[in-house]
Design a protein around this ligand. Structure first.
Ligand SMILES: NC(=O)C1=CN([C@@H]2O[C@H](COP(=O)(O)OP(=O)(O)OC[C@H]3O[C@@H](n4cnc5c(N)ncnc54)[C@H](OP(=O)(O)O)[C@@H]3O)[C@@H](O)[C@H]2O)C=CC1
Ligand SMILES: O=C(O)[C@@H]1CCC=N1
Length: 300
């Protein structure tokens, strides 16, 4: 079943799916894209039961980007609990079986598990979600030069990830369209011009949901210390962080302008922000991002 949405309101992934002739009669079957990209490509997710693999798998299904019959997932230990409402999804333990079934392989294991993967992709398209593993390493380990590195973040679970990706030169235009459509199911997908940018964004957006979590944690500790009830403290922190972020997004205001606008009252906000800045909050954030970036390019 496919969602029917007015042409002008169709999100990007749906427009691309039309180009692959996912909806019968939707597209010129003689087009180069349709010939290049199979209309029934099978997507395999190695590590598809984990946090990121499951978020992507569920987003693909829930948004009708991939039908259950075209999704295969693997994990060493579990039998597909996350996909129990999707009986058509094939859950396997043997990655060689997954690779044999799949046209596109998404790699979503932890970086330390990469070396022990014993699969040969024979130049199938691979989308690696791994931090700290360069394209060349993925190519060497899996036996494919058609490598895309993509960097989700934890908000993929609620389809609000920022999901940048970088493609090696052997990845075709049709492959790229497929990648964009698959990843956009989880939020905002964006092709990057260089792998260097992907390494940087691993620190900024890949790790990013941890930063507001740290801010929330420290605000919550402070509110508890001030004697607020747990319920009110949590509500106040969450509504403030979510509301403040939505305000910036909705108004499209430069963050620096918002800071200046609130400091201009020369009241409570100004006192709080000036003290935080004098204490070195900006430098601490920059040093933290530098350290995360260094880890992304030179793993231990
Ligand atoms: N979590 C995050 O916020 C982000 C994670 N990433 C990257 O995404 C990748 C996945 O992270 P995440 O989902 O959080 O990790 P998880 O530990 O939640 O998931 C990894 C999954 O891989 C499975 N796995 C491990 N080895 C194999 C194997 N040989 N064959 C099949 N399945 C295997 C594990 O299951 P089992 O043990 O049962 O096999 C597990 O379910 C990492 O490389 C990380 O760098 C990137 C950005 C953000
Ligand atoms: O911490 C990590 O290494 C991974 C990559 C970004 C978020 N999680």
């Amino acid at each position: 079943m496919y969602i029917c949405v007015h042409e002008k309101e169709r999100p990007e992934w749906m427009v691309v799916m039309r180009r692959w002739k996912v909806c019968p009669g939707d597209v010129d079957s003689g087009s180069e894209e349709v010939k290049t990209m199979s209309q029934d490509a099978v997507i395999g997710i190695i590590g598809g039961q984990g946090w990121m693999g499951r978020a992507l798998g569920m987003a693909l299904l829930e948004r009708n980007v991939v039908s259950p019959e075209r999704l295969v997932i693997s994990s060493r230990s579990s039998r597909g609990e996350a996909y129990r409402n999707w009986p058509g999804v094939r859950c396997v333990k043997d990655n060689r079986e997954l690779v044999a079934l799949a046209d596109v392989v998404v790699l979503s294991v932890r970086p330390e598990d990469l070396a022990s993967l014993e699969v040969e992709l024979d130049d199938k398209l691979v989308i690696s979600l791994l931090a700290m593993a360069p394209s060349q390493e993925i190519a060497n380990q899996l036996g494919s030069r058609r490598v895309v590195r993509a960097m989700p973040n934890a908000a993929a679970e609620i389809r609000r990830a920022y999901f940048p990706w970088f493609a090696s030169p052997q990845v075709s235009v049709a492959d790229k369209r497929l990648v964009q459509a698959l990843l956009a199911s989880c939020g905002t997908a964006r092709e990057l011009p260089t792998e260097r940018d992907l390494d940087y964004l691993t620190a900024l957006s890949g790790a990013g949901p941890a930063y507001p979590a740290l801010l929330a944690q420290s605000m919550l500790e402070h509110a508890r210390g001030a004697g607020l009830s747990e319920e009110i403290a949590r509500e106040a922190v969450m509504q403030t962080l979510v509301g403040g972020s939505l305000l910036l997004e909705t108004l499209g205001t430069e963050p620096g302008d918002m800071v200046e606008r609130l400091i201009a009252y020369d009241g409570t906000t100004a006192k709080g922000l000036r003290t935080m800045m004098d204490e070195g909050i900006v430098q601490a954030i920059h040093r933290g991002l530098d350290a995360a970036h260094r880890a992304a390019i030179s793993p231990p």
